[in-house]
Design a protein around this ligand. Structure first.
Ligand SMILES: *Cc1c(COP(=O)(O)O)cnc(C)c1O
Length: 309
């Protein structure tokens, strides 16, 4: 990553190099998403009806300056498999959970063997249909994506990986190669991007990022408003800016390159989607719509059904 920095203050520098602004912390490293409140057992956040977040490793190589879990990340102490036991039990007992998101830290910083052990244990739980991994490794440490790792991961399909790129310059040849290896292992790839002031708060930069992701076989999944993380205030920008970016994507480039724009609501409300206003008027008779270029169209509602008695 460091070799991508062209000059101090550029989009890569801003994401990785600490600044004094980070010390403007009001209440310590707060848990603004209330993940700890929604945590029935250690390492599990169960907020939605049918899926759960599983923190498998506090170790992370990225040290994103805006990470929502900074309070947890960075502990060099590896979690022992036995410490995950209560989490595995919780997942076994809760049959409504059909989708588990391995998170951290970065799950792909664990050893091949540990990743294999965790996936094997999860796959032994019959009601878990889908496994997911959230990882910034393809962006940050693409050399970690080895043929051995891919061979392990492909044994646990359906397995999805959501990665994290914030700027088109991050799609280096090495990153694109790593993404190709994961895709060749049959893993559908998504990307979760964070809207960051000075990094990607520009429609042209975001469009280039989304197009390059798509060309690297990654389907953009979410653009997040930056969470209210202590010490990351200088990264935040307005919701209007996010809406402007989505408006500049939808219709203007491949629909496949347009992610959902969401706010992860503080206090544990979960992800809430935001959309520029395309519905001008909605009545029982018709809807008046605005297209991507700003032109207006009408669509008639179905006529009321005639009830035959
Ligand atoms: C983001 C998130 C999920 C997954 O949400 P999807 O919209 O299904 O990707 C699950 N649990 C928690 C706590 C999350 O923050």
């Amino acid at each position: 990553m460091v070799d991508l920095i062209k000059s101090p203050g550029d989009p890569i520098w801003l994401q990785y190099v600490p600044t004094v602004q980070e010390l403007e912390v009001e209440d310590g490293l707060v848990d603004s998403l209330a993940e700890d409140e929604n945590s029935p057992v250690p390492n599990i956040t169960h907020r939605y009806p049918d899926r759960a977040l599983f923190l498998v490793s506090p170790v992370c190589a990225s040290y994103c300056r805006f990470c929502t879990r900074r309070r947890k990340v960075g502990d060099p102490e590896k979690i022992r498999m036995s410490q995950l036991e209560s989490a595995f039990r919780y997942l076994e007992e809760h049959q409504e959970i059909r989708d588990v998101i391995m998170s951290g830290g970065d799950p792909l910083l664990l050893s091949d063997r540990r990743i294999d052990d965790i996936c094997k244990r999860l796959r032994a739980i019959p009601h878990l249909e889908v496994l997911r991994i959230g990882s910034r490794i393809p962006c940050h440490l693409p050399e970690r994506v080895t043929p051995e790792l891919c061979a392990i991961l492909k044994r646990y399909h359906p397995l999805y990986i959501n990665t994290h790129f914030n700027h088109p310059d991050e799609l280096t040849p090495a990153a694109v190669h790593a993404l190709g290896m994961l895709a060749d292992a049959g893993i559908p790839l998504g990307c979760q991007t964070v809207l960051l002031r000075g990094v990607n708060d520009d429609p042209e930069v975001m469009k280039a990022l989304m197009q390059r992701l798509l060309a690297a076989r990654v389907r953009p999944y979410y653009i997040y408003m930056c969470d209210q993380v202590a010490g990351a205030e200088h990264f935040r920008t307005t919701v209007q800016k996010g809406l402007e970016i989505v408006q500049a994507l939808r219709g203007w480039t491949s629909g496949l390159a347009v992610p959902h724009f969401v706010i992860d609501a503080p206090g544990g409300g979960g992800k809430i989607p935001l959309l520029p206003e395309y519905v001008v008027k909605l009545t029982d008779k018709e809807v008046v719509l605005r297209n991507y270029a700003g032109k207006t169209y009408r669509y008639s509602q179905p006529h009321e059904p005639i009830l035959v008695g």
